[in-house]
Design a protein around this ligand. Structure first.
Ligand SMILES: [Zn+2]
Length: 179
């Protein structure tokens, strides 16, 4: 199994409403996000010959799915009524996220960049959320050649979460050989 990792950084604000200490305050982080991809074989022809996948492809997906909606924005739990009210986030967006349990950008009266989530924006939830987005996108884009192994999210230089925590996809007969 071959493995590569592409890293991006974004700046974003959040708060953890239920937290009893510092994290309940609205604050920001420079998130460092590691996307680790695997393939059973390297590409045997074409512009990606000798690669799992072009790093640029991973970066494009990271940019589209994570940086574009979240960089220099606020990541807000749709159930955090204090913040959704303060920012004037549209009720329709809050209700849509709660009903569909799916994150989305939200319009708001302040004109801020808001990414509304159906979960408290902890490192653990964000790593799982971004893993699921990246996994689906890369699988589709590479027609199943590439598997996302994990997404690691650093909230600070000393604190990070991995999702999934342990995974080694089994290699089936169909995965062996070159692709
Ligand atoms: Zn924080």
């Amino acid at each position: 199994m071959y493995e590569i990792t592409r890293i991006i950084h974004i700046d974003a604000g959040h708060r953890i409403a239920d937290h009893t200490s510092e994290c309940r305050h609205l604050h920001g982080h420079r998130y460092e996000i590691h996307a680790t991809c695997q393939a059973a074989a390297l590409r045997s022809s074409g512009p990606e010959r000798g690669m799992v996948v072009d790093f640029a492809v991973v970066k494009e997906e990271l940019t589209k799915l994570i940086a574009d909606p979240c960089d220099h924005g606020l990541i807000v739990d749709a159930e955090d009524r204090t913040i959704t009210t303060m920012l004037g986030i549209a009720d329709a967006d809050v209700q849509w996220v709660n009903r569909n349990q799916t994150a989305r950008t939200a319009s708001n009266s302040a004109g801020f960049k808001i990414y509304l989530t159906p979960f408290p924006p902890t490192c653990e939830h964000l790593s799982r959320h971004w893993y699921e987005l990246m996994s689906a996108a890369l699988h589709a884009r590479t027609k199943g050649h590439v598997t996302m192994k994990k997404v690691r999210v650093y909230e600070t230089p000393n604190s990070y979460a991995d999702f999934p925590s342990v995974i080694t996809p089994s290699i089936t007969e169909n995965d062996k050989g070159t692709a």
